[in-house]
Design a binder for this molecule. Structure first.
Ligand SMILES: NC(=O)C1=CN([C@@H]2O[C@H](COP(=O)(O)OP(=O)(O)OC[C@H]3O[C@@H](n4cnc5c(N)ncnc54)[C@H](OP(=O)(O)O)[C@@H]3O)[C@@H](O)[C@H]2O)C=CC1
Ligand SMILES: O=C(O)CCC(=O)C(=O)O
Length: 431
């Protein structure tokens, strides 16, 4: 196993990089922007500019036809000053080392903005999971777990689902880790099926938090939900759950999408009737009468746009065409830095990923507590506590937004970075 510190130089120059911009470039720019608002020891900022470790592993598996194929996997661990590293595992062909580092940095801020006792990490394998059989995916996950065994653990680094992984993947990881350790250790991973120590409500949680935050934003700007139109890109764990909850709560969801395009109905979509990615991948366009492209979805004239699939979909090229009043980021990093500035100049309110989709990691925290205590919570308790945590985070971010006259993203970063910097100061050195 390789373990290395980032060799990239800190981005002292906070000018915007040319697009396409990597998750790492965006994350570093955002760190420096937030630090500019705060009186933080520059040495702490320099530490946070780099991951603590990036583990790169090769993952060989036997394909069903008997051939061996070797994939590359990563686990980037950014900061653990407030607790064990925490963050998802992504199976996607575009997974790279830098993407994992950038996403890991965002996990640090996300856990801090929610005031959870975790740091940030992210990992994944560069693979298209749709090209794997179920058995191949299981073998890949078990071997990846074996390679990461020494650097994860319930008090060290606790992975979870992300794009391309699901509760079943988490169950295999938990089983592989537990078999190697010789005892059942459910707390090594979250997002498991409830029967093996998962939390009720975890699958819905990131979409639920997107819906809660959308509702709070609408209330804040006196926009009744019953008069709000919504377009959602991506119909997976985040997008489908957000769309369905907003639909249930009275909003009109006019567009949803899968990888092949978007279903569009200005009269409103019956979101429960369309299978999510988990229920049937690539089904949205199959069920649609009117199909538009994913690019067209982004520029629809709706009140709320929820990008909930890939990163970097709102860019310099289309930011001027975004017609929504509010962008609530369901995906991680859907907006490039240039696009962010364009949207801010145009008074489009962007509610950042680290707040909006933080329900996933918050219920992961509840799951971890349940695993430690060997006691499961009711769905009602999970949802009530999630609602409470989201409102507390919203209040903290709103206070900064109102006091400083800044963007919602800067406000969320200020909340997160202040907590992290204070923890580094308190602990004394560079843990
Ligand atoms: N899962 C989690 O706990 C959390 C996830 N996130 C973030 O949310 C985003 C989505 O993750 P998640 O919902 O888990 O992913 P899923 O794998 O559950 O679903 C992804 C969805 O996006 C669609 N999609 C894939 N590629 C594209 C594309 N090029 N254009 C448009 N749509 C596409 C898929 O369509 P199809 O069915 O056709 O494949 C599917 O509907 C990611 O950025 C992730 O990091 C954030 C917080 C928590
Ligand atoms: O639940 C978790 O630990 C992390 C989920 C995740 O990867 C994310 O919020 O981006």
């Amino acid at each position: 196993m390789g373990s290395e510190l980032s060799s990239a130089s800190p981005s002292e120059d906070s000018s915007t990089p040319p697009e396409p911009e990597s998750a790492l470039e965006t994350a570093r720019l955002q760190l420096h922007r937030a630090a500019d608002h705060l009186d933080i020891d520059p040495n702490i900022v320099e530490r946070l500019n780099h991951p603590r470790n990036v583990h790169e592993v090769t993952v060989p598996i036997e394909r069903d036809d008997g051939t061996v194929e070797v994939f590359t996997g990563y686990r980037a661990q950014h900061d653990s000053v407030r607790g064990p590293y925490k963050g998802g595992l992504r199976y996607h062909p575009d997974v790279t080392r830098d993407e994992c580092v950038g996403l890991g940095i965002w996990m640090t801020w996300k856990c801090a903005v929610m005031d959870l006792p975790f740091g940030g990490a992210k990992g994944g394998i560069a693979v298209n999971p749709k090209t794997l059989s179920r058995d191949e995916k299981e073998r890949l996950t078990r071997r990846f777990t074996q390679e990461l065994r020494k650097v994860i653990g319930p008090n060290l680094d606790i992975p979870a689902p992300d794009m391309g992984t699901d509760p079943q993947t988490m169950a295999w990881l938990m089983d592989a880790y537990s078999m190697q350790e010789g005892e059942t250790i459910p707390g090594v991973i979250t997002g498991k099926p409830p029967i093996v120590g998962g939390s009720k409500g975890r699958e819905d949680a990131p979409g639920r938090s997107v819906a809660i935050i959308t509702q709070l934003v609408c209330e804040y700007y006196d926009q009744p939900l019953s008069e709000t139109t919504v377009a959602v890109q991506g119909y997976g764990s985040v997008g489908a759950n957000a769309a369905r909850l907003l639909d249930e709560r009275g909003a009109t969801v006019v567009a949803i999408s899968d990888v092949n395009g978007a279903m569009y109905d200005p009269a409103g979509i019956d979101t429960a009737a369309v299978p999510s990615h988990d229920e049937e991948p690539e089904a949205v366009t199959e069920y649609a009468d009117t199909v538009i492209s994913n690019d067209e979805l982004l520029t629809l004239d709706v009140d709320v746009l929820i990008p909930a699939a890939l990163g970097n979909v709102i860019t310099e090229a289309n930011a001027d065409d975004i017609a929504a009043d509010f962008v609530v980021e369901g995906a991680n990093g859907p907006t490039t830095s240039t696009a962010d500035s364009i949207l801010a100049d145009r008074d489009v309110m962007v509610i950042p990923d680290i707040l909006a989709n933080a329900g996933g990691v918050t219920v992961s925290y509840f799951e971890w507590l349940q695993d430690i205590n060997r006691r499961s919570w009711s769905l009602e308790r999970v949802n009530d506590e999630l609602d409470e945590e989201m409102r507390a985070a919203w209040d903290a971010v709103r206070t900064e937004f109102e006091n400083r006259d800044i963007t919602w993203r800067d406000a969320a970063y200020i909340v997160a970075l202040s907590r992290i910097a204070e923890a580094h100061e308190a602990r004394g050195l560079w843990p």
